[in-house]
Design a protein around this ligand. Structure first.
Ligand code: EPU
Length: 336
């Protein structure tokens, strides 16, 4: 188990914030995690488990223990005519896992290429992109309860997934389980999803394979989203909000070109990026933070922003979207 004191989290958050934590603890095995979960000092402190910090906003230094999993390894545990089952350590880099599946010809994760983060976190927030959600490929999640110290295996149904959320993200369960492995079920005969965004357009005239779909997703993401290695950001800052059909009809009258995705009879999803752009935020900066000029849903650390400056900009955005559209945006990013 690695333990650091007074440790910089610069490399552990994609906003590029140079904040410090009193302690940083990284476990490599389940045995080490079990030890940690029996430790009185650990429970006497404030603590928070992170992945790659791609969905976190540190508002200042952390006076407690930041925990990270270095449980890696990818094991094929089962196979039949149609599928393979992979048991993946929570600390595996997400995109390396996607690349590994694509190289082996296993379909399911290719639309989720280049999403920053780790396998464990993918199962907390049900990452999604280009018409796919990771929950469609998750068979089981293996996690330790902080209350009992015991390991529990969650089936997909028990994870209770929906758009960008699930059991582990619900307020009542948040931070109460540490995921050690995720079991993914992947297809030997891929079922391609090309109808979201401009994947099909990008692939026109090219053969369709796991590799070319991955390349298309990577190219599309790179054309719109800033690379956190160059410009600090956490991808989408807000989740796309739902409105009622009545509210949507009012908006449509006023803004006939409003983009939307019907969800069911009671909910319509509106792209938060459109709402933010309509409020004039795209490319605007405040302090060291700014709204990305190519995608209004992304807040960037333009010039040595503090976490507070990023949070203030987000708050201003929420205020103007509420005033103009009567819609409350919810951050996708976790504030720490
Ligand atoms: N749009 C604007 N202005 C912009 C950008 C987009 O008006 O600056 C409008 C356009 O109408 C566009 C629509 O918003 O058609 C949707 O934009 P986009 O396809 O880029 O997707 P998104 O809804 O903004 C979601 C995910 C992304 C994911 C993309 C692609 C959420 C919160 N975000 O964004 O995920 O890559 O779809 O599937 O659901 C992330 O979570 O960090 C992330 C990048």
């Amino acid at each position: 188990m690695r333990i650091e004191r007074n440790y910089s989290l610069l490399k552990h958050n994609t906003f590029g914030l140079d904040v410090k934590t009193k302690y940083f603890v990284e476990y490599e095995t389940e045995a080490d995690l079990q030890k940690l979960l029996c430790d009185e000092f650990f429970f006497s402190q404030r603590f928070w488990h992170i992945g790659q910090g791609s969905n976190l906003l540190f508002l200042g230094d952390f006076d407690g223990i930041i925990v990270h999993s270095a449980i890696r390894g990818i094991e094929k545990i089962k196979e039949d005519e149609h599928s393979v089952w992979l048991k993946v350590g929570a600390g595996n880099d997400w995109d390396s896992l996607v690349a590994y599946c694509v190289e082996n010809g296993w379909g399911g994760l290719e639309n989720l290429s280049l999403i920053p983060g780790e396998a464990g976190a993918s199962a907390v927030q049900n990452i999604g992109a280009y018409g796919a959600e990771v929950s469609e490929c998750i068979e089981e999640v293996h996690a330790y309860s902080l209350e009992t110290g015991e390991k529990r295996i969650f089936s997909n149904a028990e994870c209770d997934y929906s758009y960008r959320t699930g059991f582990f993200k619900k307020p009542e369960n948040r931070g109460k389980y540490y995921i050690v492995h995720v079991v993914f079920k992947l297809l030997k005969q891929a079922e391609f999803r090309l109808d979201y965004g401009n994947i099909r357009e990008y692939l026109a005239g090219k053969p369709i394979s796991l590799q070319t779909v991955r390349e298309a997703v990577i190219a599309i993401r790179k054309s719109k989203l800033p690379d956190p290695k160059e410009t600090g950001n956490a991808g989408s800052f807000f989740v796309n909000p739902y409105v009622s059909p009545e509210h949507f009809q009012q908006l449509k009258k006023q803004y006939p070109d409003i983009p939307y995705y019907p969800v069911n009879e009671t909910r319509v999803k509106i792209p938060a990026a459109w709402l933010i752009e309509q409020c004039g935020w795209k490319g605007k900066s405040a302090g060291g933070a700014a709204v990305h000029e190519k995608h209004a849903l992304v807040i960037i650390n333009q010039n040595r922003a503090t976490g507070q400056e990023i949070a203030s900009l987000a708050e201003e955005i929420c205020k103007t979207v509420k005033e103009k559209f009567n819609i409350e945006l919810q951050p996708e990013v976790n504030y720490i």
